[in-house]
Design a protein. Structure first.
Length: 138
């Protein structure tokens, strides 16, 4: 299997293919195919319900969310916190990049809606009521 087909290529190798990457000792660019259009047949049940609840006809901004890697571990980038959210270590990931991206999208939405998301702390600081909890958390 060549590097273009192996979704774990950058985990199993240095991923330094170009002369410039070898010169600077790090990979340049994304560690996933950002041009891969989403396969809507692979939507998770959660994402189907989420898209419907949002009134979207497609993934909208979630099309830009992909499974990436942080320090060699599967992760999804959260632009709201400008950081990587690691995938739980016990989560088995499929070999298909499309399926991994759908999982990444679901994990990101669930994290952004959870009490563990740092943005929720901002709401607490400003006394903003969180939907579903009857008011600001205490």
């Amino acid at each position: 299997m060549d590097e273009a087909e192996d979704v774990n290529y950058y985990l199993k190798s240095t991923g330094l293919d170009s002369d410039r990457e070898k010169e600077i000792g790090q990979h340049i660019g994304y560690r996933y195919d950002v041009n891969l259009p989403p396969d809507y047949t692979l939507l998770t049940p959660f994402l189907k319900r989420y898209i419907e609840a949002m009134g979207w006809r497609d993934l909208n901004w979630l099309e830009d969310v992909h499974m990436g890697y942080e320090d060699g571990k599967p992760a999804v980038f959260d632009r709201n916190i400008n950081g990587w959210v690691l995938v739980p270590e016990d989560m088995a990931l499929p070999d298909n990049q499309q399926e991994r991206d759908m999982i990444a999208r679901e994990l990101l939405v669930k994290f952004q809606m959870s009490d563990k998301h740092p943005v929720m702390e901002l709401g607490d600081a400003y006394g903003i009521k969180h939907e579903g909890d009857g008011g600001a958390r205490g």
